[in-house]
Design a protein around this ligand. Structure first.
Ligand code: PMP
Length: 385
């Protein structure tokens, strides 16, 4: 089989060696983390070690980390009208989310659908801050949820500024950092977020683990009721191996983040420079904005992403069309629609996302495949027209 190159790191990343080792060790620990005997205490020690490792990544105290089954569940836990703020129960009248959020936030969490408002974004994919100010001025207490960086475009949102606006209006801010944790600094304090979501499998931990990190305000009610684990926020016997792998990956990430970011940005820029030179009509979304170092969302006029993804796969390349193919189907991107991109152009958008093991050779394979696939498909589409 010819060489394959994986460029879908925003969907999921390979397991880090450190995570695999931690998981294998944890699988041999017999106890449940809530049991008082020594087997149980051994499991508890692994969970608490991981809590410290994830807390360090988020610049938080260990006790602020609540483990969940992933970012989707962490978002569900965070997005509740019932909060405790400064020790007092408060009810948020509304949830305000940006139009480019992940489906797990757009779903509105535990708010009634009527109480969820959408914030528009600019053509470059940045949340419209004036619209945020106007939405907050409508009165009542709002919970606002804005992602740290978008999973399709990689555009980083001005979270610190958003935090200032939300707090000034007496609101609470949740930030989905599923795409940024381990890639850029996501310390909860410097972001100014009240609650922060992290996913394990985007940073080299296993799938099926994640965390909500708290910085003051907290949900008043559990996301899963039952045995009272995770300080009552999330019942169920802890996924000790998954949590251990998550913790080990978080620690490894924190050590290598800056060097990896520099390398990925150089490779991504090389891809984009070649692309601009070879395909002058190609559009790179959000290119002028602060972006994640690993992400490039590109549309070639006349190309259809659904056929291109298959052609790339046959040529050894794993890319995606963005978040819209989570069910295996390629649909229109709600992110590009919110950015006002013409549906015909959006239909040709391909997301290339890199990671810490991506090499120059991988980018070479990608560029060669790109030339071949795009030329063949554009010719075919032109003949069919
Ligand atoms: N939020 C964002 C921004 C994401 O990109 C993803 C994963 N695609 C999620 C949430 C969901 O993460 P998980 O798979 O851990 O539930």
């Amino acid at each position: 089989m010819s060489a394959r190159a994986y460029f879908d790191w925003n969907a999921t990343a390979p397991l880090r060696d450190e995570a695999r080792a931690a998981m294998l060790a944890a699988l041999d620990v017999t106890g449940a983390a809530s049991s008082v005997h020594s087997e149980g205490r051994a499991a508890r020690a692994l969970v608490e070690k991981a809590r410290g490792q994830v807390a360090a990544l988020a610049g938080a105290e260990a006790k602020s980390v609540i483990f969940t089954s992933g970012a989707t569940e962490a978002n569900m836990l965070a997005l509740t009208p019932d909060l405790v703020v400064l020790g007092k129960r408060v009810v948020c009248d509304r949830l305000i989310v940006s139009a480019i959020e992940h489906a797990s936030v757009l779903g509105g969490g535990r708010f009634a659908a009527d109480n969820v408002g959408l914030l528009p974004v600019t053509g470059e994919g940045v949340v419209d801050l004036n619209a945020l100010r106007a939405a907050l001025a409508e009165g009542g207490r709002a919970l606002v949820s804005v992602m740290h960086a978008n999973n399709e475009t990689g555009v980083v949102q001005p979270i610190a500024e958003i935090a200032g606006i939300v707090h000034e209006a007496g609101g609470v801010l949740h930030v989905d950092a599923a795409q940024t944790a381990g890639r850029i600094d996501c310390a909860i304090g410097s972001l100014g977020a009240d609650m922060l979501t992290i996913s394990s499998h985007k940073l080299g931990g296993p799938q099926g683990a994640g965390a909500l990190v708290l910085n003051g305000p907290q949900p008043a009610a559990p996301v899963i009721k039952g045995g009272g684990q995770e300080r009552g926020f999330r019942a169920g016997t802890e996924n000790v191996a998954g949590i251990s792998g998550f913790g080990a990956a978080a620690e490894a990430t924190a050590r290598s983040r800056q060097a990896a970011a520099t390398r990925m940005a150089a490779l991504r820029d090389r891809f984009e420079t070649h692309l601009n030179a070879e395909l002058p009509g190609a559009v790179i979304f959000g290119a002028g904005m602060p972006r994640l170092p690993n992400t490039s969302l590109v549309a070639v006029p006349g190309l259809k992403a659904e056929t291109a993804l298959i052609a790339f796969d046959l040529n050894g390349i794993a890319v995606s069309s963005g978040s819209a193919c989570s069910s295996g189907k390629v649909g229109a991107s709600h992110v590009l629609a919110a950015m006002g991109v013409e549906p015909a152009l959006a239909a040709g958008a391909i997301r290339v996302s890199l990671g810490w093991t991506t090499t120059e050779a991988d980018v070479e394979i990608l560029l060669n495949a790109w030339k071949k696939v795009v030329a063949t498909l554009l010719k075919r589409h032109a003949q069919a027209a």
